[in-house]
Design a protein around this ligand. Structure first.
Ligand SMILES: [Zn+2]
Length: 411
């Protein structure tokens, strides 16, 4: 199995054996591995003059600045050096997280601070055209609210509740997104952004919502965890896996789609099959059972509200759903041996977590759970947004893209 880990860039050479470029220096600063001129010289083997030339380009682009921390001792001795840091305010990112019946969007700084945010009703079953057109309108309004120009936007990140083909940014047979299969999401959202802001098109990156929530949560709260799993249980069920700091997507973007693992019931799932986990243990499934007994509920967010109000039947069904999910997670944990298993989404409260723990610890091998933390979300409903913003920044400022972008800026 090939994991999408980031190659090490320490030592005197980049991974190609060539000299370190401006992008490699930026990467070292952004990761905090080398934050002075002297440390960059030592890490790359470049001369002081060459490091200076490359840093000058990054300063002229506005991507680097001198740190507020003041001078620190240099590893090469001599005068204390000025620290360098990534300037997270020289551009902004737009991020959006689509759920089945509502959406959330924000303007973020490059270091992940939310500068303006909006959430509202957007029904994914209405299809991609009206939903993405409306998101474009939100983008324009959000930039105004944040007081930022559309020309400052460097990219857009979008989280969707379905499996995404990484190459094309299109969703592949998504049970929760009728009408979206194979649709050109990136093209349409890029056009909607241009229509509502008048700005030139920017890169649009689309990924699965559980992947992006996992990415956001791992970076924010568990940066040292080398194997991180997040399970989102809302109207559907999905999981995101972050290994060595990178999202693990599998060959076709299908990794983590645990909602359609068969658990041996005769319930019909939205995917068309019988007996899927999501058909009996998702927020949608709990809502259907509540509705059948006369409690008005149609979606995961309705169940969330009932749980928050302490509704006893909703709590009992959530615990039962937690046991079902915990049984499947025993297998997930045995396969991946994660350090953190985070339970997120509409059902992620005490009754559901109790159910998960009951079955997980009973069924998983003790060695797989000895160092496992089962936790709830830290970023809450913003996890997908923050993950989507981070995905865009990591993409655009990756060493392999920096040279081309600097040339386009004329520096
Ligand atoms: Zn299914």
């Amino acid at each position: 199995m090939r994991m999408a880990g980031r190659p090490s860039r320490t030592g005197n050479h980049t991974r190609n054996g060539s000299q370190a470029g401006a992008g490699d220096l930026l990467e070292l600063v952004r990761r905090g591995r080398a934050v002075t001129r002297g440390a960059l010289q030592e890490a790359t083997g470049l001369s002081r003059a060459t490091v200076g030339q490359r840093l000058d380009r990054l300063f002229r682009a506005g991507w680097l600045r001198e740190g507020a921390g003041g001078p620190v001792g240099s590893p090469l001795g001599g005068r204390p050096s000025i620290t360098l840091e990534f300037d997270g305010s020289h551009a902004v990112v737009l991020a959006a997280d689509l759920d089945t019946r509502h959406a959330r969007a924000a303007v973020l700084s490059l270091t992940g601070e939310i500068l303006a945010e909006h959430s509202g009703t957007l029904v994914i079953e209405d299809g991609p055209e009206p939903v993405l057109a409306e998101l474009g309108r939100w983008c324009g309004a959000l930039l105004e609210k944040a007081g930022r120009r559309a020309g400052e936007v460097c990219g857009i990140g979008l989280a969707v509740p379905g499996p995404v083909d990484r190459e094309t940014g299109r969703v592949v047979q998504p049970p929760m997104m009728p009408g979206w299969d194979g649709y050109d999401i990136t093209g349409r959202l890029s056009r909607a952004f241009t229509e509502h802001t008048g700005a030139a098109p920017v890169p649009v990156l689309v990924d699965n919502d559980a992947n992006l929530m996992a990415y956001g949560e791992q970076r924010a709260g568990h940066p040292d965890c080398a194997a991180f799993v997040l399970v989102k249980v809302s109207t559907g069920i999905g999981a995101g896996v972050v290994v060595d700091g990178s999202i693990y997507r599998g060959v076709d973007g299908g990794a983590g789609d645990i909602g359609h693992i068969r658990v041996g019931t005769d319930a019909l799932c939205r995917c068309g099959s019988y007996g899927c986990l999501a058909a009996v243990a998702s927020g949608g499934a709990v809502a259907r059972r509540l509705a059948a007994s006369g409690v008005p509920a149609a979606s995961g967010s309705d169940v969330r509200e009932l749980l928050a109000a302490g509704h006893p039947e909703a709590a009992a069904l959530a615990r039962e759903a937690g046991r079902r999910v915990g049984d499947v997670l025993a297998t997930v944990v045995t396969l991946l041996n994660p350090g953190v298993l985070m339970i997120a989404g509409d059902l992620a409260g005490t009754p559901f977590l109790t159910g998960v723990r009951e079955l997980l610890y009973q069924r998983a091998l003790p060695r797989s759970t000895a160092h496992l933390d089962v936790v709830t979300s830290r970023l809450g409903e913003r996890a997908g947004l923050i993950g989507a913003g981070a995905l865009v920044v990591e993409h655009l400022y990756a060493p392999e893209r920096v040279e081309e972008r600097l040339r386009a800026l004329g520096v």
